[in-house]
Design a protein around this ligand. Structure first.
Ligand code: GDP
Ligand code: MN
Length: 378
């Protein structure tokens, strides 16, 4: 789960990371209030969960109260990569002399955690990695210790900064940042830019934190409201469903992430476009099937649905009953193709056939049938 900047900074402040004082607001009047409180100039920043806000015009400096009002007004309501800005952070602007980068990332390739620092901050770090890889300094965490050792932090700080005083500040910040990563089940903690101001003090001017979804059950205090485009996926999660909306017109209901991927692949292989990824998981109670259907049918693009279920521990007849029960309670205007295979498939087939559902035996047959039906449905 990505945290927006204002929550990331709240979290990192608790670990002693220095930020210019600020608050998140939803109107230009409130923006003016905050500016009066923290003092001019301020930086006004769109709070959306997408990168590159600066380039998109979502980060602006304001030197007077009139400018605060005007720029807050411009940014609020602005659309950045399709997301409407509803909140802005107003913070005392740092008088930046130099921009650097620091990030703690879960590094799957190294099966470890990598701490990355660079003296080329502020810009897109992927670009630096591509064009000047020698400008990114890395250290790998010994996962037996699961600590950023002070010497490692110092080595990084020595590469990024020249002055002893800055190296000292940076070392402390790097160590604290690592602690924030470790203690909150994060997969990413990043500050870009980590800036030096004209008085020689280091400040974080941005913050990005991603919490590992698998750790969220014990990080409830970090839970935030879903964004517009996350509402459905989050709702699905409550019912034990993994749902991701896609752009096609074939709704898929599948158990197991591997089978879900294979189902999407074969639909594409035969020229169709899946409308979603949906894994209903191991046990397939009628409630789950019902919820899955609700999710699919809310998507106006869905023109046909394919149930592709492998019965291992899950019994096919239970799923079949779930489907039939759902159809008796819900109006479904799109055709449904069902492939149930595995435990109790014969019983399942009888239930489905008596309910006049379209059944198929193989993946290929299922894909071809559902693509044909989706093409026919208006
Ligand atoms: P991003 O584009 O989403 O990464 O947004 P950032 O918060 O990193 O802001 C983009 C750029 O705006 C930074 O690289 C800085 O150059 C500039 N910026 C952000 N905060 C401040 C600030 O407090 N003072 C000054 N002078 N510039 C800032
Ligand atoms: Mn940034």
């Amino acid at each position: 789960m990505k945290l927006p900047e204002y929550l990331s900074r709240e979290l990192l402040k608790r670990y002693g990371i220095p930020f210019g004082e600020g608050k998140v607001v939803t109107s230009k009047e409130e923006a003016v209030e905050v500016a009066k409180e923290v003092g001019l100039p301020v930086v006004i920043k769109a709070q959306v969960l997408v990168g590159g806000r600066g380039k998109a015009g979502g980060v602006k400096l304001a030197y007077s109260i009139d400018e605060v009002r005007e720029k807050a007004d411009t940014i609020l309501g602005m659309s950045i990569k399709g997301i409407t800005v509803k909140k802005v952070l107003v913070a005392r602007a740092i008088d930046i002399a130099k921009e650097t980068y620091i990030g703690v990332v879960l590094d799957r390739a190294r099966q470890s955690i990598t701490v990355m620092a660079s003296d080329e901050g502020g810009v897109d770090i992927e670009e630096v990695a591509r064009e000047k890889p020698e400008k990114i300094y890395k250290t790998t965490i010994d996962m037996g210790l699961f600590e950023l050792m002070p010497y490692q932090a110092r080595q990084l700080a020595f590469k990024v900064f020249g002055e002893p005083e800055l190296r000292k500040q940076a070392t402390r910040i790097y160590l604290n940042l690592f602690r924030a990563f470790k203690e909150n089940d994060a997969t990413l903690v990043e500050i870009n830019p980590l800036a030096v101001d004209t008085a020689g003090k280091i400040y974080a001017c941005d913050a990005k934190v991603i919490i590992d979804d698998n750790g969220l059950y014990r990080r409830q205090e970090l839970m935030r409201e879903p964004e517009e485009d996350e509402v459905k996926e989050w709702e699905a999660k409550k019912y034990g469903l993994s749902y991701i909306k896609l752009d096609g017109n074939i709704g898929c209901v599948v158990n197991g992430a591997g089978l879900a991927m294979a189902t999407m692949d074969i639909i594409k292989r035969y020229g169709g476009e899946p409308a979603n990824f949906l894994d209903i998981g191991g046990s397939s109670s009628p409630e789950k099937v019902m919820k899955a259907m609700e999710l699919l049918l809310e998507d106006r693009n869905v023109k046909a649905i394919w149930f592709n279920i492998f019965g291992g521990i899950t019994r096919c007849d239970d799923v079949a009953k779930g489907i039939v029960e759902t159809l008796s309670k819900m109006r479904v205007d799109v055709p449904i193709v069902v492939r149930l295979t595995g435990t109790n498939e014969d019983k399942a087939l009888k239930i489905l056939e008596s309910a006049n559902l379209i059944t198929v035996r193989s993946m290929k047959e299922g894909a071809m049938k559902v693509i044909e039906l989706a093409g026919r449905t208006k």
